[in-house]
Design a protein around this ligand. Structure first.
Ligand code: XBP
Ligand code: MG
Length: 268
């Protein structure tokens, strides 16, 4: 172990804040109900499957992270006869590829905006020399397309690490993607904060030792966020403050929008 690794490992439990790790779906943008869901349905219809994931069913299916895993879970529960298909894994993978094409197409047409405060926070963190990274279950091209369509062509390059999709064996709530991103960043969890929107997401982040801020959405609002540093309606803007749903005791002076100063307070 070299001197700097030793120093990192023996530094006090908290801070300083060196990096913020963002989840994508539900956190950067409200992608599930009107993005991923219709893209799955378009793929089903393209293959003439007669499957339709309505808003309520999709809410249940979100318990399973990962599009390919979600399709398989749906088949097991609702279309077991289809499980006998030859080469099931590659059939699901090709169906999922069609879904990704539809989803990316929606992003490229500018159909999915970032959530309130996201673009502002990303700019603020860059200005403050705090690293930014992505830790998500979704397919890598979904991430780069979302970033390019909302923040500009060059924006994927702003992120020090983008961890996405099948690069790790276990998807959230397993902590694998967070461990992978932390390792790529070369930082201990104690110097980072995760931004999440779902119970599966916070379970993954907490299991990797990360302080976690949750911004809920319509699907995830009723979920269990025990252990969160903060649970908020959204990241907020100076002109449109967030609603504080749950805060860790002892955090004072919270403004109505998340910025580097507020995140540093979580490390004090
Ligand atoms: C996101 C997901 C993803 C998307 C679909 O979870 O579960 O599966 O719904 O993306 P999280 P793909 O926000 O916790 O990372 O179809 O590309 O897998
Ligand atoms: Mg999410």
């Amino acid at each position: 172990m070299n001197g700097s690794t030793l120093k990192a490992n023996t530094e006090k439990k908290n801070g300083p804040l060196r990096a913020v790790l963002f989840d994508v779906d539900g956190t950067l943008a409200d992608t599930e109900r009107d993005g991923h869901r219709p893209a799955f349905n378009a793929a089903f219809s393209e293959l003439g499957l007669g499957w339709d994931w309505d808003v309520e069913l999709y809410g249940e299916l979100l318990a399973i992270t990962g599009g390919k895993e979600r399709i398989r879970h749906f088949m097991e529960k609702h279309a077991p006869d289809e499980l006998g298909r030859q080469e099931l894994d590659s059939w699901i993978a090709s169906l999922h590829k069609i879904k990704t094409r539809h989803y990316v197409n929606m992003l490229e047409n500018g159909k999915i905006p970032l959530r309130p405060g996201v673009a502002r926070l990303i700019r603020n963190l860059r200005d403050e020399n705090i690293k930014i990274a992505i830790a998500t279950t979704t397919t890598p091209e979904n991430v780069t397309s979302l970033l390019k369509s909302t923040l500009g062509e060059e924006s994927p390059g702003w992120f020090d690490v983008i961890g996405a999709g099948d690069i790790v064996p276990g998807k959230k709530p397993e902590p694998d993607i967070y461990h992978w991103v932390l390792e790529q960043l070369g930082l201990p969890a104690s110097q980072c904060i995760a931004m999440e929107d779902s119970e599966n997401g916070i379970r993954a982040a907490l299991a990797a030792g990360l302080d976690t801020v949750v911004t809920v959405n319509a699907y995830t609002r009723p979920q269990n966020f025990d252990g969160a540093a903060l649970v908020l309606s959204d990241l907020g803007e100076p002109t449109q403050p967030f609603e504080l749903l749950k805060g860790r005791a002892g955090i004072n002076g919270i403004n109505g929008w998340v910025d580097a100063d507020l995140l540093r307070k979580l490390k004090e």
